[in-house]
Design a protein around this ligand. Structure first.
Ligand code: SAM
Length: 227
């Protein structure tokens, strides 16, 4: 299903009042991507039990991320899933890969749902996590309304990493997570972006901010690990 089809199914499923709310929240989130519009949109999705439907739109994407995660030694390790959303990757890591998973998210209603699925939330846990997964979450709130990322000519610009930060704020969002990592812990950053320049730029940006970074190959999908 593509996104337009998902939207049609969601709209067909909702009663009229909810439909108006859904359209408003979707418009706010896509027009003004900020933490509060993001949280309000995903709160609505969680309370109307639409997470599975939204997940079906990303099935292939989640499979690719899962494939990358399956190559890591997660068994028995402490993992924090940041932006766990519908919890599918969190469940995969817990139930299939044997990790001990905690979750956090901007959306409190998503967190309530995750708690009902048996997940513990992030509390005060400095120096705890062997891995912190950020999968298609941190880049959702950005200020790239003129699609700078998509223009190939920007990739060669020496100022690319810093402009990337001005637009996506990935380094700023990762910074507070550093204190939660165990001594040999790593952050795993996945974003649904296929431009090699984005990954090179993200690796460079995080190195500039003091992280040890590694950019992983595009197959099955790009990601950066940082410690
Ligand atoms: C597209 S869903 C991805 C869910 C899950 N990580 C996955 O890959 O299936 C994005 C989720 O990230 C959350 N999110 C976005 N920005 C975040 C942030 N800065 N911190 C925590 N959660 C965030 C949203 O609330 C939403 O639940």
């Amino acid at each position: 299903m593509d996104w337009q089809q998902v939207l049609q199914v969601i709209e067909a499923r909702l009663p009229p009042d909810d439909l108006a709310t859904f359209r408003r929240l979707h418009k706010s989130f896509t027009g003004y991507p900020m933490n509060h519009t993001c949280a309000a949109f995903y709160d609505f999705i969680a309370t109307r039990e639409l997470s599975d439907l939204l997940g079906s739109f990303r099935f292939q994407r989640m499979t690719q991320i899962g494939e990358s995660l399956s190559t890591l030694p997660l068994k028995g390790r402490h993992v924090l899933d940041v932006g766990a959303g519908g919890g599918y990757l969190a469940e995969y890591m817990r139930d299939e890969l044997g990790a001990q998973v905690r979750v956090t998210d901007l959306s409190t209603q998503s967190l309530r749902r995750l708690e009902r699925s048996g997940f513990q939330l992030l509390s005060n846990q400095a120096k705890t996590f062997d891995y912190i997964l950020c999968a298609d979450s941190l880049g959702e709130v950005n200020s790239d309304e003129d699609d700078w990322l998509k223009a190939p000519e920007n990739e060669g610009d020496p100022g690319y990493p810093e402009e990337l930060e001005q637009r996506y704020g990935l380094a700023g969002k990762l910074s507070p997570l550093k204190s939660l990592l165990a001594p040999d812990g790593k952050v795993l950053l996945f974003e649904p972006v296929k431009y090699p320049g984005f990954w090179k730029g993200t690796g460079q940006l995080l190195s500039n901010r003091g992280w040890n970074t590694e950019v992983h190959d595009p197959v099955p999908t790009w990601y950066v690990s940082a410690s």
